[in-house]
Design a protein around this ligand. Sequence first.
Ligand code: FE2
Ligand code: FE2
Length: 269
Amino acid sequence: MSAELENRFFELYQEFFNRAEAERRWNVQKDIPWDKANPKVQDEIALIVESFMAVELYLPDYTSKILELVRKSRGRAWFQANWGYEESKHSLVLEQWLLASGKRSKKELDVFIDQVLAHEWTLPFQTPRQMMIYTTFQELSTGLNYRNLRRRAIEQGDAALAAGLSLVARDESAHYQFFQDGVKLYLKEDRDGTLEDIRLVLEQFRMPAHDLIPDWEHRGEVIVGQKIFSDRIFFKDIMRPILTVLGTNRQELKELSKSSPDLATALES
Ligand SMILES: [Fe+2]
Ligand SMILES: [Fe+2]
């Protein structure tokens, strides 16, 4: 990576960090009205909260493996350390809500967390640039998952879950913004190579850790059934808007994706 690009990443991190310190710090215990957790929320909502908590539980793998990959880039490594702190609060919020609402007991959660952590997440892509592209799509997706879930929490009268998800979703948006700006830097430096990586990531894109989490097939169906997330939502609300923001388009990627009929069809639709 060029020194110029490295400097820009570090500037990007400083902007991200300064803004986070000034505007976005929040407290798991004090900023969420835990006494307003609603025990009558649908069980399906609790299952989704538990599922998202499971995804967040792979934090030790996400941080250690990504840090190892980017350790020579101060901007990216320092970002990753801060990202880990913020992500750690997300699983705490979801876990705390499962307890506060009475949807899960401490014992049930202990057993579940052990099952989840028995597996290990591995990097889906091998280069820092591919991982940055991957996390761009993944963070925007995660933010949208939480915003859609928050809508259900409001409908079902749970002010604790709604408040928690609003704080978490705001973090996810900030993460997305950092990664998206990073991909723009990569595009500026090497447009063709970066576009090729975007194509590769989109061809293989899957949300993290789903294959590691017990009963994901059922969990995934509930998530789609509650209209929290789906392939269609991904193509329409994640993939296309990001391609536009990055200054590329479906046509340009389609040229690159002739070898991948699935992606070509998705880009077409
Ligand atoms: Fe998160
Ligand atoms: Fe995030």
